[in-house]
Structure formats: structure tokens, C-alpha cells
Design a protein around this ligand. Structure first.
Ligand SMILES: C[S@@+](CC[C@H](N)C(=O)[O-])C[C@H]1O[C@@H](n2cnc3c(N)ncnc32)[C@H](O)[C@@H]1O
Length: 280
């Protein structure tokens, strides 16, 4: 019979094994005091698999079958997916005031403006970017926009692709925009096709080498994810973003994230916003 949840304990050794495995898979660097967090987040997996101990679960995850069937779920359980529509409003004001008027200008050609929301979680970030771009195009018609939205978490990506949110999740969206871009159902809303079709969703681990098609971006969003990585991982990732951005392209980080003290060629524009120089 399965032990009750309160009886399950994780030894220090087991914690360190999980910590190393999580780091190998996602580069999420869990500090030594995060044992309780790991226990709580993996408890659901143990329950669902009807397993009695974290030790058994670890053995399963690293087995050949577990690597195929459980490893991604384990990483999924560990990730923090907190997000919201119009998060960090000042960045969207900056897009409206400075970025869209320049990037959407047809004098730059008719090719789409390419944006990457690279840790998109459940979709609120790329849908907000899409709304912001469509509103800018309504004010002044210009180049089309295409958004790649990616994350490591399968479950977050499922929600993002579906585009259905409970009403309390959209309370931060101005009512006019809510009516324009969402269909209303019973206690829920669904993103309208006009917005959904701007976005392509994909599973990408930021710490894998970037595939060749990841290039030529005008803007990359990497918000509220590098806080989970160690310094070396952060620096490697910033170098990869530098390569995939066009000259003059923008990098948006989360409000508590900075490139300060890192060896990169990005130029500081405003808090958490950086630009790849036009010429070097
Ligand atoms: C706190 S959410 C941030 C969501 C959104 N960018 C925002 O600022 O509201 C962090 C996201 O990073 C994702 N993540 C963590 N490690 C990752 C990795 N190695 N590659 C890709 N995504 C990762 C998580 O799955 C999670 O959805």
C-alpha cells in the first residue's frame, strides 16, 4: 500500500541526485535550501505513479523507460510557470512608443518582423506581444509580425496553444482589448484566431544548442527565466541570443534580471531592455 504523502521523505542524497539531474536537463540551478520545493513539486508525480518513495521515483526517472516517458514530466513539475498578461507594462509602453513605429515601417521592406518569446510559459506573454503588435498595426498599417513562442514545459505549451483562460487570468487586460481579441465563454475566454495565427508554438530547451532556423529575430523576450540559471549558463545564453538577433534587435529580460557585469556587446536601453548594436 502507498505510504501517505506526509510520510514520504527525501534524503539529502536523493535531493542532490534530483538537483544534478534537473541541472543536466534544464540548467535550472536549485540551491541547497530548495529541498522542500523539490519534494512538494515532485509529490504529485509520485502520487500519479503510485510510488512509495522519492528513491524509487529517481531510479525510475533515470531508467531507459523513465528517460523516455518521465524525464520531461519531472522537469515540467519543477519549472515555475507564473506569468500574466501585460506583465511589466513599461516594456509594452516602450514597444508602443519606440519599437513598433520603427520596426513596422514598410520602408524596411515587406518581410515579417520576427519576435521570439523564448520562455513563453502558458502563453500570456506571446499573446500580449501579439495584441500590442496588432494594435500598433491598426494605428499605422505596416509590416506583418510573426511570433515564435517556446518553452521547455509540455504542459505550459499545451495551455498556450489552446489559448483558453479562466476569466480571473485576463482581469489585467483593458476591457476594449479583451473584447477585440478574446471570445467569451462560461467563466472562460478564448483567444481569437486573428491573434492566435500570429504565433507558432514549439518546445525549445534554451540550454540546447540553438537550431539553424533560430535566426534573424528583431526582438527576443527572455523574461523571468534566467533567474533560475547560474551565471555561466546566463552568459552562454546571452551570447546565443546575440547571435540570433539582427543588428539593432532588442532583448527584453524580466524586471529583476540584468546583463550588468556580464561580458556581452549588448547596449543598455532601459531597465531590462537591451539592444544589439547596429554596427560593430
Ligand atoms: C516564470 S515563467 C516566465 C514566463 C514569461 N516569460 C513571463 O515573464 O511572464 C519561466 C518559464 O521558463 C521556462 N523554462 C525554465 N527553464 C527553461 C529552459 N531551460 N528552456 C526553456 N524554458 C525554460 C519554464 O518552463 C517557465 O514556463
Amino acid at each position: 500500500m502507498a505510504l501517505s504523502q506526509t510520510q514520504k521523505q527525501m534524503s539529502q542524497l536523493e535531493f542532490e541526485q534530483f538537483r544534478d539531474l534537473i541541472y543536466q536537463e534544464s540548467r535550472i540551478a536549485l540551491r541547497p535550501h530548495k529541498k522542500m520545493l523539490v519534494m512538494n513539486r515532485l509529490a504529485k508525480r509520485l502520487r500519479e505513479l503510485n510510488m512509495d518513495s522519492y528513491g524509487d521515483y529517481y531510479k525510475y526517472v533515470v531508467s531507459t523507460k523513465g528517460r523516455q516517458e518521465e524525464l520531461a514530466r519531472m522537469v515540467d513539475a519543477i519549472t515555475t510557470n507564473t506569468t500574466q498578461f501585460f506583465r511589466e507594462g513599461k516594456q509594452f509602453e516602450f514597444l508602443d512608443g519606440h519599437v513598433w513605429p520603427h520596426l513596422l515601417d514598410l520602408k524596411l521592406g515587406s518581410a515579417a518582423v520576427r519576435i521570439w518569446s523564448s520562455a513563453c510559459s502558458t502563453g500570456e506573454e506571446p499573446y500580449t506581444i501579439g495584441i500590442s503588435a496588432l494594435e500598433a498595426q491598426r494605428r499605422s498599417p505596416g509590416r506583418p509580425v510573426s511570433i515564435l513562442a517556446s518553452d521547455i514545459s509540455d504542459s505550459a505549451l499545451r495551455t498556450a496553444r489552446e489559448g483558453i483562460y479562466p476569466e480571473d487570468k485576463v482581469s489585467g487586460i483593458p476591457v476594449v482589448l479583451l473584447h477585440k481579441y478574446f471570445l467569451k465563454g462560461a467563466g472562460r475566454v478564448k483567444v481569437k484566431p486573428e491573434l492566435q495565427r500570429l504565433i507558432e508554438f514549439d518546445k525549445i530547451n534554451l540550454n540546447d544548442p540553438f537550431q539553424r532556423q533560430l535566426k534573424g529575430f528583431d526582438i527576443v523576450f527572455c523574461r523571468n527565466v534566467i533567474i533560475y540559471f547560474d551565471r555561466q549558463t546566463q552568459e552562454e545564453l546571452m551570447m546565443k541570443y546575440y547571435e540570433v538577433l539582427r543588428p539593432g534587435g532588442y532583448l527584453f529580460l524580466g524586471h529583476s534580471e540584468t546583463l550588468h557585469g556580464m561580458a556581452t556587446d549588448f547596449e543598455f536601453i532601459m531597465a531590462s531592455v537591451y539592444q544589439k548594436p547596429t554596427r560593430r
